[in-house]
Ligand binder design. Structure first.
Ligand SMILES: [Zn+2]
Length: 142
């Protein structure tokens, strides 16, 4: 893990202690995706959807507004807790716009510890608050 470069995107699989969600992304347009190991039970588990959903957040996509006129959430991958497995045309347009306006690949993907090691960026959003994975009892598995 010492070789985390600034251009990397990280998928971090962590244990379930004190962190009972499927996944999280360090920030919208960010580069670090956390996945809960307890939700991974195989290559095509439910958390495969979470991994791609969280990747959507790194593309700058947010959860859709279910009240949008004519909106059908059944196939939309960006619905939180849903079962849809596709990005919408709007998602692709927004991603392209985010890329054109340099809103992607934001933030650090690691921090340097006091002893000089680089570890994956530990900041997550939990219950609407920005906190660290350490406060949530979240430990990395490499
Ligand atoms: Zn989400």
């Amino acid at each position: 893990m010492d070789e985390v470069s600034g251009s990397d995107h990280l998928f971090v699989v962590a244990d379930n202690s004190h962190y009972a969600i499927y996944g999280a992304t360090n920030e919208l347009g960010g580069k670090v995706i956390h996945l809960n190991e307890s939700k991974i039970d195989g290559l095509f588990s439910y958390n495969t959807r979470s991994a791609v959903h969280e990747f959507g957040h790194t593309l700058g996509l947010n959860h859709p507004d279910p009240k949008s006129i004519g909106y059908n959430s059944s196939k939309d991958l960006m619905v939180q807790g849903g079962s849809g497995g596709k990005f919408t045309g709007g998602d692709l347009v927004k991603t392209y716009g985010n890329w054109k306006t340099n809103k992607l690949n934001k933030g650090a993907n690691s921090i340097k510890t006091s002893d000089g090691r680089k570890i994956p960026y530990p900041v997550v959003q939990h219950n609407g608050q920005i906190t660290t994975i350490y406060k949530l009892g979240y430990r990395y598995k490499y």
